[in-house]
Write a protein that binds this ligand. Structure first.
Ligand SMILES: NC(=O)c1ccc[n+]([C@@H]2O[C@H](COP(=O)([O-])OP(=O)(O)OC[C@H]3O[C@@H](n4cnc5c(N)ncnc54)[C@H](OP(=O)(O)O)[C@@H]3O)[C@@H](O)[C@H]2O)c1
Length: 282
């Protein structure tokens, strides 16, 4: 049996959709906080169980009979997330789960500029120390977040962002989901760590060039991080601003410049490129 936490989220739901093309619905368990969000999965024959990262007992119960768990990282931040993930690993061990697949991030470290990378470092550590078989997907930044970063650059002709010349090996979330489904249904992934991103990396000047191909010239303007933070503070709470500005700072320092062929190998085809993703997008 394969169980997936975060099954109501974008990555979990898409992974389940791919799994349904590869294995029987009866061998799949979706773990969610709110079963109403995945009524379509119930209709397809997937078992839906309730589990909350903040309630380890509920997780342990939901993991009964599970062999492989895809632990999708929580949307919480900081210490709360580490506590949630650590409890989930412990609950899985107690429930007899044999193998955990975990969605981490590129270059996790105890002093990551992109602070979620600290949570991922600590979760990876807890997972390795659990003694369970693991497979870690160090997911790069989703291409899917780019429209939010780009804003109205295609209309204004200016792409303002504080990433300097830093490059990022962006990849499409749906490609990561397909790769996860492939890994969950094939052998050879025990105790492996995969850098999941594109086999090339792109700078923000490259992004401006790709947008320019759509017809209107777009220029990348590298702005100070402080100006970016001041703009975000108008719309978002301070802890969220810290995560976004940390992401930009990490991009500037090439922390996400991690080209790798693991995603391509797991997919058996090239992943969707930034250029293809931005083509004809306004
Ligand atoms: N690489 C990137 O660029 C990038 C970008 C954004 C996020 N991420 C990370 O990747 C993860 C998956 O991405 P996504 O796009 O699928 O995110 P998403 O759509 O926000 O999904 C997050 C999932 O986590 C579940 N969740 C949150 N708190 C929980 C809790 N206390 N107990 C149980 N489940 C909980 C949510 O459940 P509900 O439906 O009940 O809320 C949802 O299913 C995110 O959670 C985040 O850690 C990566």
């Amino acid at each position: 049996m394969i169980a997936i936490t975060g099954a109501s989220g974008h990555l979990g739901k898409t992974t389940l959709d791919y799994l349904l093309t590869k294995t029987s619905p009866g061998s799949l368990i979706a773990i969610v906080r709110d079963p109403a969000k995945v009524a379509d999965l119930t209709a397809k024959g997937v078992q839906v169980r309730t589990g909350d990262y903040n309630n380890p007992a509920s997780l342990a119960a939901s993991l009964a009979g599970v062999d492989q768990l895809l632990l999708i990282s929580s949307s919480a931040v900081g210490e709360e997330r580490v506590r949630q993930h650590t409890a989930a690993v412990q609950a899985a061990k107690e429930a007899g789960v044999k193998h955990i697949f975990y969605t981490s991030a590129t270059n996790p470290s105890p002093d990551a500029r992109f602070t979620p990378g600290i949570d991922h470092y600590l979760t990876e550590k807890a997972l390795k120390e659990s003694g369970l078989t693991y497979t870690i997907f160090r997911n790069n930044i989703y291409l899917d977040v780019l429209p939010m970063v780009i804003g109205n650059a295609a209309q204004s002709g200016k792409l303002y962002f504080p990433a300097g010349d830093g490059k990022v090996s962006f990849a499409l979330r749906a490609d990561m989901a397909e790769a996860l489904a492939n890994a969950l249904t094939t052998e050879g992934h025990a105790n492996k760590i995969y850098d999941i991103g594109s086999p090339v990396a792109w700078s923000f000047s490259d992004i401006a060039d790709a947008l320019t191909q759509n017809g209107t010239p777009v220029e990348y303007v590298d702005i100070p991080t402080s100006a970016y933070e001041a703009e975000l503070m108008k719309h978002l709470p301070a802890p969220v601003v810290k995560v976004y500005s940390g992401m930009a700072e990490a991009m500037k320092h090439n922390d996400f410049n991690q080209p790798d062929t693991a995603l391509q190998t797991l997919l058996g085809r090239p992943p969707v490129s930034l250029t293809a993703f931005l083509k004809n997008r306004d």
